[in-house]
Design a protein around this ligand. Structure first.
Ligand code: BG6
Length: 483
């Protein structure tokens, strides 16, 4: 199963994701990875491009010239298609067969859906009906988010694609799982007995997971206004980071063993009720404000194509509990939002104070996992203030692997495409993870509705609404600064 040669059939080839992420990632893979030699890409889209026009688009996106770039570009082909017309797939199949033969790709096919989610079901069905999935090599489906917009739509979509692909052939993208430091969470935990032995409710007082963005809704108004921060970020990225931070050590580092442990965490999240939702979950929307760089920006409702009375959440903060032996009583605080002060993702593990503390000014020990922009770790300890003093001061042990060597780390998409070529689906979400995440998110939305939970507001360029600070203050905690 580890033959990497493949024809990638990409739907949405002229879209934003393909141009911004996929082509540069493929180019890096092609340059760096010895096992990625034999591949070709058939891009599809509605436009009437020929191969040359398409190659020019790809070339522009990889920002590279020369023999290497030419050798890369000659693997790109375009097929213009109306994805709803099953007849149109016939020609795609013929092109795929030809490309497969010319490049000697063993009949392996990766179908990559980087297009509007309402076409996911239609495209997979037509791929089967037109015989494209009936190939002599392996077949895999890579599917971008959103995977449904609630549990029942996700189930329906899953059924549709299951008619064509087995669960093992489905690679559901959560690009956070491709990030260096998200992959590092389990190594930090399970390869360091120092941490693992205290990674529980006896020694940890709370955990804070933040993914903060400075960008606003940008050009995705149509999608975002229907979605909001809870569905756009919490349902996938934030819950995945939570699961990795909280899971039990897998008995082996095999795909299904790791996923099984994540599923157990998701299953143990305490359900939200109409009573708890008001106390524990905050939704807010940005108003106009000034960003750190001095730029004055509009409020959410004044953005292009956003309804003027939109109730969509652009910020969510929540306290959740994982009701199992390891985590009973430990609050997990999560938050994410757009148009905040900084672009940063980090996980803070706050340890409990010493049972008896002779030093008045001691700070809690913390382990900070920096996911982005810095990729590394900090450990915050107490030490004696220098000189003849009895006082303590916090000291920070830092490790940052991309601070000195920016070129060193690969992009998330580079890793994930490579994983898919090699048939490793560890860093993709299995169906039961998706279903359980939706179940949790659906319960929040239902409780918000029933409780008529109010929408809060925050000024753009700030750290979010005050209510998010009060959420922690109630338990005598506060958010640790994000950097
Ligand atoms: C995407 C969301 O999944 O993640 C976007 O749809 C968000 O709204 C993005 O901006 C954040 O990703 P990153 O890698 O920039 O943190």
């Amino acid at each position: 199963a580890n033959q990497t040669e493949t024809t990638i059939i990409l739907f949405g080839a002229t879209g934003d994701l393909a141009v911004r992420k996929l082509y540069p990632a493929l180019y890096q893979l092609y340059k760096k990875q010895n096992d990625v030699e034999r591949f070709a890409i058939i891009g599809t889209g509605r436009r009437a491009y020929d191969h040359e026009t398409y190659r020019a688009v790809v070339k522009e996106s990889i920002k590279a010239e020369g023999v290497e770039a030419d050798d890369f570009l000659k693997r790109f082909f375009f097929y213009s298609i109306d994805v709803e017309n099953v007849e149109a797939y016939k020609g795609l199949g013929e092109l795929a067969n030809k490309v497969d033969k010319d490049f000697n790709l063993s009949g392996n096919r990766m179908f990559y859906l980087a297009l509007a989610p309402n076409f996911f079901g239609t495209v997979t069905t037509h791929l089967k009906e037109s015989g494209l999935t009936n190939t002599s090599g392996w077949k895999r489906l890579v599917i971008e988010k959103p995977f449904g917009h609630n549990l029942s739509s996700a189930q329906k979509l899953n059924q549709e694609i299951n008619h064509v692909f087995d669960e093992q052939e489905i690679y559901r993208i959560d690009h956070y799982l491709g990030k260096e430091m998200v992959q590092n969470i389990q190594v930090i935990r399970f390869a360091n007995p120092l941490f693992e032995s205290i990674w529980n409710n006896r020694y940890i007082s709370n955990i804070q997971i933040t993914s903060s963005e400075t960008l606003g809704v940008g050009e995705r108004a149509g999608y975002y206004d229907r979605t909001g921060a809870l569905m756009d970020m919490v349902q996938n990225h934030i819950l995945q980071m939570t699961a990795l931070t909280a899971m039990e050590p897998p008995s082996r580092l095999e795909t299904e063993d790791i996923r099984d442990e994540k599923v157990k965490v998701l299953r143990s999240i305490r359900p939200v009720t109409i009573e708890s939702v008001k106390e524990d979950i905050i939704k807010a929307q940005y108003k106009s404000g000034i960003l750190e760089n001095g730029e004055q920006v509009k409020g959410y409702r004044d953005e292009d194509n956003i309804k003027e009375n939109s109730q969509t959440d652009t910020f969510v903060a929540a306290k959740l509990y994982i009701d199992n032996f390891r985590w009973a009583g430990v609050p997990f605080y999560i938050r994410t939002g757009k148009r905040l002060k900084v672009k940063s993702t980090q996980i803070v593990i706050q340890f409990k104070d010493a049972p008896l503390n002779p030093y008045l000014d001691q700070q809690p020990n913390r382990l900070v996992i920096h996911v982005q922009p810095d990729e590394g770790l900090s450990l915050i300890l107490n030490a004696k203030k220098i000189g003849e003093s009895q006082e303590t001061m916090p000291i920070k042990l830092d490790f940052c692997h991309n601070c000195t060597n920016e070129l060193g780390t690969s992009d998330a998409y580079e890793r994930l495409i490579h994983d898919c070529m090699r048939g490793d689906s560890t860093n993709f979400t299995r169906w039961d993870e998706v279903a359980l995440s939706w179940q949790y998110v659906d319960s929040i939305i239902k409780a918000w509705d029933e409780a008529k939970a109010p929408l809060d507001y925050y000024e753009a360029g700030t750290r979010g609404p005050k209510a998010a600070d009060e959420l922690l203050a109630k338990n005598h905690f506060h958010w640790w600064p994000i950097t």
